[in-house]
Ligand binder design. Structure first.
Ligand SMILES: NC(=O)c1ccc[n+]([C@@H]2O[C@H](COP(=O)([O-])OP(=O)(O)OC[C@H]3O[C@@H](n4cnc5c(N)ncnc54)[C@H](OP(=O)(O)O)[C@@H]3O)[C@@H](O)[C@H]2O)c1
Length: 325
């Protein structure tokens, strides 16, 4: 095996050297990465959920700098307008448009997908990024546990609604921002709403992140004969307002070892821009290389379990993407 890959794989086995900025620094030098912002995105249209903070905000700014048209899908219109103005001023790219959506509210997600289909002639990349880690159980307007609603059901409906536009182009990409935390938890298909046991926010979050990876693999296989690929990526551990607010001790302890948000989004931008990323589908990426789906045998998801998750999403959202495959 190539020595560089062996060194990278060793870092990956050890987690901390992989997920922190050490992993980013190591791999960017080891593989002599082309700076991602030099990759052209002119003429491409990218939709980003959660663009008003952290990784999504940095990614939206970078896409604009790379020449893409950027759709900001945000729940807070005032914040989104401020971000839009900053991006336009900072990049000189006026092709930045705001769409209002609360990803936890399924009718809001359905409506925004309809608006985008009606207003945008094309869409090349969908970034499912919005998310949060909650300390206490909360319920969405539709009655679903909030983490499940925001990070699983909302993206399920949005992706379904935007696939027709993505399929119209020659090189559509669906990229979902999961978390390395997904390695720690198995799916709990008997308690998707996290109601049957004491609520542990980090575990609920990790299960939703695992569900995102499983759904990505199902999208990928459903779309295998089309021009659309679906990938999941995780950013490692990056210093964002979200991490600081939801995991304050983790944020303090890891402090200087956390990645910058720019380092956290590098692979996200690369998956959207690099020709290599369109040559495969259904993978989980960190630092521009596909990684294992599981680190622990007990978390592995069988095809039957993946199908059960998919069916549950169809049942809970009322959308049935299988029909349009
Ligand atoms: N930072 C990390 O190290 C890390 C590691 C692993 C995975 N991730 C994942 O990366 C993604 C971005 O995280 P971040 O660290 O950048 O967090 P962040 O700074 O808190 O940003 C989260 C974004 O998601 C939006 N959002 C949350 N709930 C929403 C909803 N119901 N509807 C619409 N938008 C919603 C937020 O909007 P508002 O501005 O309106 O709150 C914000 O724009 C998340 O999926 C997170 O799980 C991050």
């Amino acid at each position: 095996m190539d020595l560089r890959r062996a060194v990278d794989d060793l870092a990956e086995t050890l987690v901390v050297p992989s997920f922190t900025r050490l992993g980013y620094d190591l791999r960017s030098k080891l593989f002599d990465w082309e700076p991602v912002e030099q990759m052209p995105m002119r003429g491409r249209v990218v939709a980003v959920t959660g663009p008003t903070s952290g990784l999504g905000q940095i990614a939206a700014m970078s896409f604009a700098r790379m020449g893409a048209e950027v759709l900001l899908l945000a729940r807070n219109a005032a914040k989104a307008e401020r971000v839009r103005a900053q991006i336009v001023e900072g990049t000189g790219n006026a092709g930045v448009r705001v769409y209002r959506v609360d990803m936890s509210d399924l009718s809001s997600v359905r409506r925004v997908a309809e608006e985008i289909r009606a207003s945008e002639p094309s869409l090349d990349v969908l970034i499912n990024n919005a998310g949060s880690l909650l300390v206490r159980r909360a319920v969405s307007v539709d009655g679903h546990e909030m983490t499940l609603a925001t990070m699983v059901l909302g993206p399920f409906v949005l992706t379904d609604g935007l696939i027709p536009l993505l399929r119209d182009g020659a090189d559509g990409r669906i990229i979902t921002v999961t978390s390395g935390g997904q390695y720690a938890q198995a799916l709990d298909l008997d308690d998707l709403q996290s109601a049957a046991q004491p609520y542990v926010g980090s575990a609920v979050y990790a299960r939703a992140k695992r569900a995102q990876v499983v759904l990505t693999r199902v999208w990928a296989s459903m779309l295998r004969d089309t021009s659309v690929v679906a990938h999941a990526m995780h950013p490692g551990w990056a210093d964002t307002p979200g991490i600081e607010a939801s995991l304050p001790r983790f944020h303090t302890v890891l402090g200087p070892l956390l990645r910058t948000p720019e380092q956290g989004v590098d692979t996200l931008l690369w998956l959207a821009a690099a020709p290599e990323a369109a040559r495969s589908t259904g993978r989980l990426w960190l630092d521009r290389r596909p990684r294992k789906f599981d680190r622990l045998a007990r978390t592995r998801v069988s095809p039957v379990q993946a199908r059960r998750l998919w069916n549950a999403c169809e049942h809970l959202t009322g959308v049935s993407p299988t029909r349009q495959a």
